[in-house]
Design a protein around this ligand. Structure first.
Ligand code: ADP
Ligand code: MG
Length: 338
């Protein structure tokens, strides 16, 4: 059974990035307005995510890392109208199977926080009072200590740095869709990136991408009726210099579906086709546009169950979304790629 647990956990928990993402989603689901992510040795020695959310009640704490325990879904209907990031109750338990986990938490009703130490199976092995304020801090030490091959992957400095960059990009993505959220990323006690609470989408974008990138972007939106699909975002200004508004990698093309940062092959392909055709020189071909696209669809028409890490989603009305996106691009640039 331990091997089975390890195997399935290692499919849910695949990387440092993935741990940070799951923990941040839990913090967001807990209504946090502030999240600190602290990494030691690129997250291999320790990943700590601290929030000021509602905390975990003692009764829930006892089972929080038990497989398939979730406080978020009560019925099948909830799953149809999913408004939380988490719902399958798998993350915390899976992280326990591949690392040393401690959770410190305090709800509004409690006077002091409690630190719980969990074992490989997600059971609480010890608990003691602690001094932290309201919210939850999850500490994940020695990630993949029992998966040497996974750990080996990070033996190259290049891979570790790449992972840190991806963690930063994840925070930047959340910064774009969560103006009110305060974020901090520390690596070995050094501030890598941070964002204060801001009032609106544009200020969030400035905090996330910087003034130079934002100066080249134009807000726009497009509504499609039946099925109702809303597209909005910030796109390269018509006539802007594509070499300065694009990158050699996909990291600045931000795609969100119902506020989830996602990767979506077809959407990305359509975007790239469009910009490559628009800027028909060879340099454009291998580049990715800097832009933000937020797709809002009915929660029942998105399936986030496609991959355990929820970065890839299945859209029920994919063709309609793509057609709507094309319409938005054409209205913005007056241009139809061949
Ligand atoms: P899920 O997010 O799918 O419910 P998780 O394994 O990620 O499953 O978390 C299990 C449960 O632990 C959550 O449903 C929630 O009750 C609790 N929990 C985990 N992290 C936090 C947090 N940061 N703040 C409040 N509750 C949390
Ligand atoms: Mg979760």
């Amino acid at each position: 059974p331990d091997t089975v647990r390890l195997l399935s956990s290692s499919q849910v928990i695949t990387s440092v990035l993935n741990v940070v993402k799951e923990l941040m989603e839990n913090s967001l689901d807990a209504g946090a307005s502030s999240i600190d992510v602290k990494l030691e040795n690129y997250g291999l020695d320790r990943i700590e995510v601290r929030d000021n959310g509602v905390g975990i009640k003692a009764a829930d704490a006892a089972v929080m890392a038990v497989r398939h325990f979730t406080s978020k879904i009560c019925s099948h209907e909830d799953l149809e109208s999913l408004e939380t990031y988490g719902f399958r109750g798998e993350a915390l338990g899976s992280i326990c199977a591949v690392a040393e986990v401690a959770v410190t938490t305090k709800t509004e009703q409690e006077d002091v926080s409690t630190q719980y130490t969990l074992d490989l199976t997600g059971n609480i092995v010890s608990q003691k009072p602690s001094h932290l304020g309201q919210g939850t801090t999850v500490s994940v030490a020695k990630l993949f200590k029992n998966l040497p091959v996974r750990r080996q992957y990070y033996s190259s400095v290049k891979k570790r740095k790449e992972e840190l960059r991806k963690v930063q990009e994840l925070l930047v993505a959340y910064a774009i869709v969560k103006p009110h959220l305060r974020l901090l990323l520390l690596h070995n006690k050094v501030v890598v990136w941070q964002k204060a609470k801001v009032a609106d989408d544009r200020s969030a974008l400035l905090a996330a991408l910087g003034p130079a990138a934002v100066a080249n972007l134009l807000p726009c939106h497009h509504r499609h009726e039946e099925p109702e699909i809303f597209l909005e975002g910030f796109f390269p200004k018509p006539g802007s210099d594509y070499s300065s508004t694009s990158s050699s990698g996909p990291e600045k093309t931000f795609i969100f579906i119902n506020n989830r940062p996602v990767q979506h092959k077809e959407i990305m392909k359509l975007l790239r086709q469009h910009y490559t055709a628009q800027y028909a020189d060879d340099t454009a071909r291998n580049r990715y546009p800097t832009l933000v696209l937020k797709v809002t669809v009915s929660p029942s028409s998105v399936d986030v169950n496609l991959t355990p890490d929820k970065t890839q989603v299945l859209l029920q009305n994919k063709e309609v979304v793509l057609t709507a996106l094309e319409a938005l691009l054409i209205s913005l640039y007056g241009f139809r790629p061949s």
